[in-house]
Design a binder for this molecule. Structure first.
Ligand SMILES: Cc1cc2nc3c(=O)[nH]c(=O)nc-3n(C[C@H](O)[C@H](O)[C@H](O)COP(=O)(O)OP(=O)(O)OC[C@H]3O[C@@H](n4cnc5c(N)ncnc54)[C@H](O)[C@@H]3O)c2cc1C
Length: 395
């Protein structure tokens, strides 16, 4: 059976238009022929294949001209979702790298910038001439960032200059960014604000986080901000409290749910390819009942996840954005992803722990996706709060 149709069991892609499928087909060809052959070696070395970055940008995928009547209207949410799915089905680091700009940074600008700022920056975000990253997490504050955020912003009296001090951790894509969207607490009113800090500004130091066992290709930075000066013009004028940051997270969690779904497709397809190719006891692995049961479970997880993200995206297209919706999607798709990649690794046997069969990479990378953009527990608590009206984050 054709692997692509096997993993889209209920034809979710049938919801796309012909033009959208054409653009995504361009991406699929590029990933198959150019990116896929590179990822095993780069993963092992813990480096990103930057030679694919510009060709990927040149595919014009963020707001493709043919889907947006030459950028006069935005592409549909489902297109964006399937673009993330397609990237993650090949590699989670490539999906995360692209989404750092197309999801995280773009969302920071879309939600946080004033209309005038958006007019200036958004076209550059879309064509990648202004590359940025989302710098929220800190060394001492991950899940409790809302209340704990400790990076400070001080406005120099009588000037339009702000001075930032603090540290950020895990920031994906920072090494190749032009600017870092840094979230800091204004010492004057105690509220969280956001600033576009040039990566090379005096006082900014980036250190690579080494020895990762997941998303090894993705480069994550530990960032130190020591008396970094930025102007009021580079502050995102619509970010005036953590409530505005939460609005960004709502959109970004949906993107990660699509990543968790794409990873399942990649792992399932690699596993299916393997078990229909290898024989034991004189017959194909795929012919054994116990292997088929695992294939069916993987497909069930993947199909449930796809149905979930498609419906979530349709709701968001209608303007329904609730914290609990994207939290539920991120939580559930990640839970199913963890089982799917483990089953994929299992049916591939010993070869499932080498980078040659692909499932090992998906299996390892899934652990990072499981934890970023809100851990399982934090997303469950967001859903629990909506269900009961009681916040259970502390005690
Ligand atoms: C590969 C990778 C890329 C990332 N990229 C970015 C990025 O680009 N930008 C950015 O800002 N951040 C990024 N992050 C950070 C990510 O969002 C955080 O790792 C995540 O929010 C969890 O924070 P933490 O790792 O500090 O875990 P902690 O908050 O220390 O949590 C540890 C454990 O305790 C649990 N826990 C915490 N509080 C509670 C509670 N109240 N009740 C029950 N359990 C609880 C958690 O669920 C988790 O299991 C990235 C992380 C990774 C791993």
């Amino acid at each position: 059976m054709d692997l692509y149709s096997a993993s889209d069991w209920y034809d979710a892609e049938g919801l796309l238009t012909d033009d959208e499928r054409l653009v995504l087909g361009r991406l699929r060809d590029f990933l198959e022929t150019t990116a896929k052959p590179l990822v095993g070696d780069y993963w092992e070395r813990g480096e990103f294949p930057y030679e694919i970055a510009q060709p990927l940008i040149d595919l014009d995928l963020m707001e493709p001209a043919e889907l947006t009547a030459n950028r006069t209207r935005p592409a549909r949410g489902l297109y964006h979702g399937f673009r993330i799915f397609e990237l993650a089905r090949t590699d989670a680091s490539i999906a995360t790298f692209y989404t750092a700009q197309a999801g995280l940074f773009r969302t920071a600008i879309r939600v946080g910038a004033s209309e005038e700022q958006k007019q200036e920056w958004m076209p550059q975000v879309i064509d990648f001439t202004l590359k940025g990253v989302f710098s929220l997490t800190e060394p001492e504050h991950g899940s409790d960032i809302a209340g704990g955020l400790a990076t400070t912003a001080r406005r120099e009296p009588g000037t339009d200059t702000w001075v930032l001090d603090g540290a950020k951790r895990w920031i994906g894509g920072a090494f190749t960014a032009d600017v870092l969207a840094v979230f800091a607490r204004d010492v004057a009113d105690g509220q969280v604000k956001a600033f576009l800090v040039p990566r090379e500004a005096p006082g900014v130091t980036l250190e690579k986080i080494h020895r990762k066992t997941a998303l090894r290709m993705m480069q994550n930075a530990h960032i130190t901000l020591d008396g970094v000066r930025v102007t009021e013009a580079d502050r995102l004028h619509n970010v005036n409290s953590f409530r505005d940051v939460a609005a960004m997270l709502r959109a970004m969690r949906s993107d990660v749910a699509w990543i968790a779904t794409g990873i399942q497709a990649g792992a399932f397809e690699a596993a299916l390819r393997y078990v229909t190719g290898r024989e034991q006891f004189g017959r194909q692995l795929g012919g054994f009942q116990l292997v088929q049961e695992k294939l069916a479970r993987m497909l069930g997880n993947l199909t449930s996840s796809l149905a979930l993200v498609v419906r979530l995206t349709e709701q968001q297209e209608k303007g329904v954005y609730r914290d609990q919706d994207s939290a539920l999607a991120k939580m559930q798709t990640s839970l199913l992803m963890r089982e799917t990649v483990a089953l994929a690794r299992e049916v591939v046997g010993g070869n499932g722990i080498t980078l040659d069969t692909e499932v090992a990479r998906f299996h390892a990378d899934a652990e990072a996706v499981y934890s970023y953009e809100g851990t399982h527990e934090i997303n469950a608590l967001i859903v629990g709060r909506a269900l009961t009206g009681q916040s259970a984050f502390t005690k």
